[in-house]
Design a protein around this ligand. Structure first.
Ligand code: SAM
Length: 246
């Protein structure tokens, strides 16, 4: 079974580096991580039934400081460029990035925001993100497991990139409610999700479609795009009574 999802990691496996392969097998064996093509997705043992908890991600980062190759892979580079290009506005007053990891995308997003908060469930990656974004005084980071944890404040940009599919449907609904309660008028919400086969509670399509359906009462789809590997959905808040910044 192929054990990893992103192109860069696939190449690494194909290259057959023994240490890298061993580390990934250990990681995936220990954590029951992503499935390869042909693995069951909705079979009883195929998908994790509940949201992945912080220990899952701590385990991934314990064996590799950049397990998804955010800093080096062409997939991530191109995805980040497409995400930035899809932002409807040149600049935002107050941005929130859920699941910021080691801050590679955060660093690219920070020039587009007056203020930007990055959230992640793993404290070590927040340290790496702080170091990477040391030249971005407008960025701050918080340890938070959404949707249970959520920062105060209102945002005109909420970025949910490659994180909603780690939630089960109940937590996805709670995330939608968190987002609704945190929007500035006319805010943009950006969803980016990988479309490959995984053991996550939700597929990329289910996470995005579930979010969009849950948000129907307060946000509309502004634009959508799709590659063979990921989908990108940009929503715009529609509620005229969206709360003002506090
Ligand atoms: C695949 S990485 C995505 C990183 C970045 N957003 C991107 O698109 O390149 C997912 C990150 O989300 C974090 N994460 C997972 N579940 C989370 C949750 N419930 N709340 C906050 N962060 C979470 C993980 O620790 C990990 O760093």
């Amino acid at each position: 079974m192929r054990t990893d999802k992103r192109p860069s990691r696939r190449l690494l496996l194909q290259a057959g580096g023994a240490a890298a392969t061993g580390a990934m097998l250990q990681m995936n064996g220990a954590l029951g991580e992503e499935a390869g093509p042909g693995a069951p997705t909705d079979a009883p043992t195929g998908r994790r039934p509940t949201s992945l908890d912080p220990d899952y991600f701590k385990g991934m980062y314990a064996t590799d400081p950049d397990p998804w190759r955010f800093a080096t892979s062409a997939y991530e580079r191109d995805k980040y460029a497409a995400t930035l290009a899809a932002l409807p506005r040149p600049r935002y007053v107050s941005g929130l990035e859920v699941g910021c990891s080691i801050g590679v995308f955060t660093h690219q997003l920070c020039p587009r925001c007056d203020a930007l908060i990055g959230l992640d469930v793993v404290s070590s990656v927040l340290e790496a993100a702080r170091a990477r974004c040391a030249d971005c005084p407008n960025v701050s980071f918080r340890l938070a497991a959404v949707p249970a944890d959520w920062p105060d404040g209102r945002f005109d940009l909420i970025m949910i990139s490659e994180v909603a599919y780690y939630l089960d449907r109940a937590d996805l609904a709670r995330l939608v409610a968190r987002v609704e309660g945190a929007l500035l008028p006319d805010a943009d919400i950006v969803l980016v999700h990988w479309l490959g086969v995984t053991h996550y509670p939700l597929s990329g399509d289910d996470a995005a479609e579930g979010f969009i359906a849950g948000a129907r009462g307060f946000a509309r789809v502004l634009k959508q795009s799709r590659t063979a590997e990921y989908r990108l959905d940009v929503l715009r808040a529609t509620k005229s009574d969206a709360r003002s910044a506090q």
